[in-house]
Ligand binder design. Structure first.
Ligand code: PNS
Length: 165
């Protein structure tokens, strides 16, 4: 080192089911990427829920869709989110808030995570363009042949078409 001071990497976590990732998720992840050195996007492994896309498929879609941000790492996790944060040395969770209806549950989770492990949760207001958007609605609309282009990245659009076969 030549006198330069080193500082810890500022790392944030964007957790979720991502079944599949939507443009709303990508908006939040992209904005988090501008605030932090590294953003870990973690896909929940939920043994009680199979989902449309498998966890490895969701991770591949996320890697592909976030590659252009340049500072995203995609991982999966099971168990408590705070344990994953501890293992990866992450102190901040970033979540998007779409509407008041999201707030109650998100507040509960944020307070629980803070009480369990001192993990902070930062809420970003969703871009109004995506405030009605959810993975569940995308799947339902796509299932019945509705047009979800513009709501999900191209790789997800292709993935949804393949699942419909
Ligand atoms: O995309 P989702 O389904 O709204 O994401 C919810 C998620 C994965 C963030 C939440 O269910 C979670 O953190 N699950 C891990 C288990 C856990 O830590 N539960 C206690 C939360 S206070």
């Amino acid at each position: 080192m030549t006198g330069a001071t080193s500082r810890a990497i500022r790392r944030a976590l964007c957790p979720g089911s991502f079944d599949p990732v939507t443009n709303g998720h990508l908006d939040i992840i992209g904005r988090a990427c501008k605030l932090y050195d590294e953003v870990v996007v973690a896909v929940l492994i939920n043994p009680t829920k199979s989902g449309l896309f498998s966890v490895p498929e969701r991770m591949d879609l996320l890697r592909d869709a976030t590659g252009n941000f340049g500072n995203v790492i995609v991982e999966s996790f099971g168990g408590l989110l705070v344990d994953f944060c501890r293992q990866r040395d992450i102190a901040v969770i970033v979540k998007g808030l779409r509407a008041v209806s999201d707030f109650d549950y998100e507040l509960q989770m944020a307070q629980m995570n803070h009480s369990l492990a001192g993990i902070e949760t930062l809420f970003m207001t969703t871009n109004p363009e995506f405030s009605f958007l959810s993975s569940s609605l995308v799947k339902e609309v796509a299932k019945y042949g509705g047009d979800v282009s513009g709501l999900v990245p191209d790789n997800v659009l292709q993935g949804l078409k393949l699942k419909a076969l």
